[in-house]
Unconditional design. Sequence first.
Length: 479
Amino acid sequence: MVQTQDVEEEIKKSEEPDCREIAGQIMVFAREQIMVSLSYLSRALFKMPLIAADTVESYGVNGRMVIYNPDHVVRDFKRENNRPVRAFLHMLLHCIYCHPFHYEEMDRECWDLAADMAVEQTIMDLGLACTKTLPDERIARILKSMKEYVPIITAEKVYRFLLDDPEKAAAYLKKAELFYRDDHLHWIIAKEEDAADRVGDTYTTDTRTAMFGCHEADSGEGDDDEYEQVDEALVGQIRDEWADISEHAKMDIETFSREQGFGAGSLLMNLKEALREKQDYGGFLKKFAVLGEEMQINDEEFDYIYYTYGLQLYEKMPLVEPLEYRENKRIRDFVIAIDTSGSCQGATVEGFLRKTYEILKSTDSYFSRVNIHIIQCDAKIQSDVKVTSDEEFDAYMEDVDLSGFGGTDFRPVFEYVDGLVERHEFSDLRGLIYFTDGRGTYPAVPPNYETAFVFLEDGFAIPTTPPWAIKLVLNGDEL
């Protein structure tokens, strides 16, 4: 194993040391330091080769390799022995959290800062001696102030906050340099044929591909459209490989935490966020569909009596008569409950209702006549609006009047809906969907219909739901 003093002695041996060789030793040393402290990340640590490149300004990673400038690495090591280790772990966490693989979809300035803050928070939580650096106190203060708005710091939550509040985002973006460790332009993986034309023959094809576009973008030269011709297939392959690595890392961390009492903190939270699949809200609603018969021509099925009669009468000429009905999965009887407590109100609720309405409005989702009850409740029932047609739904959405804003108790809604069932208000109630922050009193006994609690990501931990309930967590993009 490479030791710190060994590297320092190599630097002092000559007035003009071979920076490339020494930088390589420093990077190996950094990797070994992380391996000793975080053995459960071994698969990730040895996934990528270490590539020295003079044209790179500092450090870079793209999921296939770690790229570094030898002169920069040696200068970093001279300033603080821990700086290369910190940079290495910073880049590794970017890949484990899958930060580089959605870069083209993001506002880059906000995503750069959000991703950097997430990995720096993890490094601070881990508290490894080998990653401590002089600016840590300033970094900790900024992260603490961010927690006032985003209590659980993940790249996704911080990014959403920065987009939603441009004024506060501008203040934090001024401090982005403090979180900078690596050049995120390496996250852009260009099409290989384009990359090979732009960079000399000093590097391997992989290195050319990794570096393509980054340096021209830094200098302000080159055609933006050209250097952003991303190899989407390759990015998808790398993303899948790292998702598999992240899944294994998550399982190893959870096991290590139980056995050693190790607090995984934001490391585990970020992994869960990175591995969380986006929910298909439309598909989710269709789970509440019921089978029903609707009178219309069914081109996919026909009457077999006419078919066989035609074969008998005309030998090889069957008579095909389409059926005048078909069974479709359509939503008919449905309850939408809205939590109007103090923490669940305004535009958030309206966004949820409009999204639900758009899904229900589609022709493949519900019967021509529906029976939907929209119930508002905090600690008691505030209102119940019955909707039976598009026109009534449109009228309701034009002037949504939310009321309540007290505490949260889920039981009144279930008691009220049970009463509606007893009074035969529903012919076949398939389910109830409850939009809430989850902080309330749940019924002790499960209802006789499927129930789903839908939560919106707000930076806080999602409460535990009863085992009989379906739990769905959506972010702002999904609404």
